[in-house]
Ligand binder design. Structure first.
Ligand SMILES: Cc1ncc(COP(=O)(O)O)c(C=O)c1O
Length: 372
């Protein structure tokens, strides 16, 4: 019995191979491998797509977060509120600039940062947080306007970590349009994935944008050979920009195909588990299709026997990891993050899952839930 890939990048390559080959060949011909014309074209298209004045591409979603924090002047001694249920990079970026993450709890339905829990971070003894990083987990935009207000009330800023959510909208507006800065990732399995690492930072403020451009290029100023700040080798390769431009042409069609897969899963599993629910006005991009189950490991191994891989995003709250164990947690704790991390599992999800593969996944999941 064949195994269905969890995310089938080879199927996408078969579908888009020609246009991607041509895009790569153009770069090989002009030879501008660093900051070539494709990088600038991609930045213009992405900024327009998410309705932000500036898009500054960079080498990864983690660099994007680190650059955002550096541009905002976050430094040792500062504290930043982050959700306890996310990929580790959200908190890692805070540590990379020498600041301290404070872990807050998430909403039990969307798994995004719970504004009430985040508010508790201001009650902790010690320095007040300078900002909040919200994550659009699994492709569902966080409650951006509420979190912006929370941040404003405390004279703090909001960054939106949209690594998983390019394409998703709330009330017709991209989740990445929220926050003083928003970021995304082009890690290959993301909704818009490169053939390697990549990321982008979005903002509306011209001064922040010019700081971000400087930071991604060793802190270089407009004047030649002048470096007033410390930066990174943080640029997106032109070859990756060319791949992303080719994939962007089919992004909307892929978005609709993801939605169709998610709708089919939800119809089939309702009654057995609670299907993921989108908040009113939200169109998730379905970076992952994640449900909660009892007896996760048994269910996952039954599905593996049927050739269906599943993943656990994420098996424990971030602050359980050694590097974050000593960081503060809000006074009410992060019980939702803890419970979710013990129960969540994600089914294969990508736009090239044909109906027969969907049927195999659905049937294996139904059988695995019911048992022998
Ligand atoms: C929520 C979140 N933030 C940040 C990142 C980091 O992105 P990258 O892997 O491109 O560094 C990821 C990537 O998996 C992510 O899922």
């Amino acid at each position: 019995m064949s195994t269905i890939p969890f995310i089938d990048l080879a199927a996408q390559q078969r579908a888009l191979g020609d246009r991607i080959q041509k895009a790569i060949s153009r770069v090989l011909e002009h030879g501008s491998y660093i900051m070539g014309p494709e990088v600038l074209e991609l930045e213009d298209l992405l900024a327009a797509r998410v309705q932000r004045r500036h898009c500054v591409t960079c080498a990864s979603g983690t660099d994007a977060l680190q650059m955002a924090l550096m541009a905002l002047g976050v430094a040792p001694g500062d504290r930043v509120v982050v959700p306890d249920f996310t990929f580790v990079a959200t908190a890692e970026a805070v540590r990379l600039v020498g600041a301290e993450p404070i872990f807050a709890d998430v909403d039990p339905v969307t798994y995004n940062l719970d504004p009430e829990s985040a508010e508790l971070a201001w009650e902790l003894p010690g320095p007040s947080p300078v900002g909040v990083i919200a994550v659009d987990l699994f492709g569902h935009p966080a409650r951006g306007s509420e979190l912006e207000l929370l941040a404003q009330r405390h004279d703090a800023w909001l960054i939106v970590d949209g690594a998983q959510s390019l394409g998703a909208t709330r009330d017709g507006r991209s989740g990445i349009a929220r926050g003083v800065i928003a970021t995304t990732s082009f890690y290959p399995s993301k909704p818009l994935g490169a053939y390697g690492d990549g990321g982008a930072v979005f903002c509306d403020d011209d001064r922040l944008a010019s700081a971000l451009c400087s930071i991604r290029n060793h802190g270089a100023d407009a004047a030649p050979s002048s470096h007033e700040r410390v930066g990174l080798t943080g640029r997106l390769d032109t070859l990756q920009a060319a791949v992303l431009l080719a994939k962007l042409e089919v992004f909307d069609a892929e978005f609709r195909d993801r939605q169709a897969v998610a709708a089919r899963y939800s119809e089939a599993v309702a009654g057995l588990v609670t299907p993921p629910r989108a908040e009113a006005g939200v169109e998730p991009v379905w970076a992952q299709y994640t449900v909660e189950v009892e007896g996760r490991e048994v269910i996952r191994s039954r599905m593996a026997e049927a050739g269906i891989p599943t993943c656990v995003f994420y098996p424990h709250p971030v602050h359980f990891n050694g590097a974050y164990r000593a960081c503060p947690v809000v006074s009410d704790g992060t019980q939702v993050a803890l419970l979710a991390s013990s129960r969540v599992m994600s089914l294969p999800m990508h736009p090239y899952l044909d109906v027969s593969a969907q049927d195999r996944i659905i049937s294996a999941f139904q059988h695995a839930l019911v048992g022998p």
